[in-house]
Structure formats: structure tokens, C-alpha cells
Design a protein around this ligand. Structure first.
Ligand SMILES: Nc1ncnc2c1ncn2[C@@H]1O[C@H](COP(=O)(O)OP(=O)(O)OP(=O)(O)O)[C@@H](O)[C@H]1O
Length: 241
């Protein structure tokens, strides 16, 4: 049996110069987990995601990954495991289509299944009219949709979404919600930061809260403003379109 992919942090502590952000004994983020990460501005949500993605090193503690293939030549065994999607996603120079297919090998591009997902992603994210547009010309909400569509095509084992629906109107929020829900159904582990409870946080089954320099974890997720019924209606609407 293949082991679930996961990231584990032990005795983690993070500070910038003399400013202590948080300490926590243990964190475990695995495939199948859908976690709502909450915390005030500046509490360290993005920093925690960057730590788990291996982009920065903790002040103290250990972060390890399990259940992933690691190549012998990789010096940082965490990098590239849990994908971190920044609040203001980085896009490559080139058009939307180039950005969507970036990272896919030529074999991937010939793969019918991946091609089907590519077409579905364009439809779900409603990007077809923008395929030839320069990615740098996109609005904030369109950039977020593109970045999430890119992740949706790749179906990573673990995905961290930093404020994924900030800058978005209701329609874009619904599109993104539907894509994230599909990733959840697929078993992608999701860590989602958001300032307010909403349809997105209603998808979550666990809650991590950065508060007073510690991170508490619980199976109880604060109630979202959107009821599950409304959410389901929204998904059905988007998927049926
Ligand atoms: N590289 C860095 N060097 C020094 N300080 C940093 C660095 N990165 C982040 N910080 C500081 O650490 C604190 C936490 O930042 P972080 O972006 O993780 O917070 P956040 O909870 O994601 O905030 P927000 O909700 O506003 O996005 C902030 O005060 C920030 O200024």
C-alpha cells in the first residue's frame, strides 16, 4: 500500500530578527486533509505556508515530508512537495495558454487525459476568451483563477492556498470554489488561509489557528456564512454550466 503524502513539523518556532511569530509542538498536513488556516494580519499564515513548502527555513524545529518521491540530487527535500499558491500569484512572461501548460512535459501534452483536464480547467476558470492574452495584463481576480486552474490541471498531492478568493467578485469566487471542491474530491490535501469564514472555509474539516504566538489545531471548523446547501447549489450551478 502506498503511504499518504504528508508534511510533518515538530518543535517548530519562527521569528524574524527579534519578532517572534509562533511556536508549535507538532503539525501534520496530509493528503485528504482540508484545513482552514486562520490568523490576524501579520500573525504568520503566509510564513507558515512558506515553511511547509520548504521555501524558507524555520528558526527552530524540523519539517519533513513523507510519501513523496525525492531525487538524490535534491538538497532541499521539502521543495516542490506541498505546492504554495501565493496571494498574488507569480505568472510567467507569455500568454495565458503558455502559463497554463508551463511545467507540462511534451509527453504530458500528448496525454489525452491531461489534455481533457486542460480543456476542463479553461472552461471551469472561464479563461477561454483570454487564452491569447498576455498574462501580465490580467486583473487580480483573473490571475488568481489562472493560478488555481494551473494547480487544478497538475493535481498536486498537497496544495496551500493563501487567501485564494481575495480580490474576487462573487462569480469568480464560485468558479474557484468549484475547482477547489473538485481537488478535495480528488484527495488533494488542502491548507487554505482566509480572513473570514465563507463557502471556501465551509469545505474544511480541520482548523489551525495562529493566535498569541501559538498554533492551535482542532477538528472543529468555525461555521461559514454560506450554508452547505447554498454552497452545493453554487457548485451544481457552476459544474452544470
Ligand atoms: N522575510 C521577512 N523578513 C522580516 N519580516 C518578515 C518577513 N516575511 C514576513 N515578515 C513579517 O512577519 C509577519 C508575518 O507575515 P505573514 O505574511 O506571514 O503574515 P500573514 O498572517 O500572512 O498576514 P496577512 O493576513 O496580512 O497576509 C509580518 O509582520 C511580516 O512583516
Amino acid at each position: 500500500m502506498t503511504k499518504k503524502a504528508s508534511i510533518q513539523a515538530t518543535n517548530l518556532s519562527m521569528q524574524f530578527e527579534n519578532r517572534r511569530l509562533f511556536s508549535v509542538d507538532k503539525l501534520h498536513f496530509a493528503q485528504g486533509d482540508v484545513i482552514y488556516l486562520q490568523g490576524d494580519n501579520g500573525s504568520g499564515k503566509s510564513t507558515l505556508m512558506k515553511l511547509l513548502a520548504g521555501l524558507i527555513a524555520p528558526t527552530e524545529g524540523k519539517i519533513i515530508s513523507q510519501g513523496f518521491k525525492t531525487s538524490w540530487w535534491q538538497t532541499n527535500s521539502l521543495l516542490g512537495k506541498a505546492v504554495y499558491l501565493h496571494q498574488h500569484p507569480y505568472l510567467f512572461d507569455g500568454n495565458v495558454e503558455f502559463n497554463l501548460t508551463y511545467g507540462l512535459s511534451s509527453a504530458d501534452k500528448r496525454n489525452t487525459e491531461i489534455n481533457k483536464r486542460f480543456q476542463q480547467a479553461i472552461e471551469m476558470a472561464q479563461l477561454s476568451h483570454l487564452l491569447n492574452s498576455d498574462a501580465t495584463d490580467l486583473s487580480g481576480g483573473e490571475r488568481q483563477r489562472l493560478a488555481i486552474a494551473r494547480a487544478w490541471i497538475c493535481q498536486p498531492k498537497l496544495l496551500m492556498l493563501d487567501e485564494p478568493i481575495s480580490n474576487m467578485d462573487k462569480q469568480s469566487q464560485r468558479l474557484v470554489l468549484a475547482m477547489i471542491n473538485q481537488l478535495k474530491q480528488h484527495g488533494t490535501g488542502l491548507l487554505i488561509s482566509s480572513h473570514q469564514t465563507c463557502g471556501l472555509t465551509a469545505l474544511c474539516q480541520q482548523h489551525w489557528h495562529i493566535h498569541q504566538h501559538t498554533i492551535s489545531t482542532s477538528q472543529h471548523v468555525p461555521n461559514g456564512d454560506a450554508s452547505q446547501d447554498t454552497l452545493n447549489m453554487e457548485f451544481n450551478y457552476v459544474i452544470a454550466k
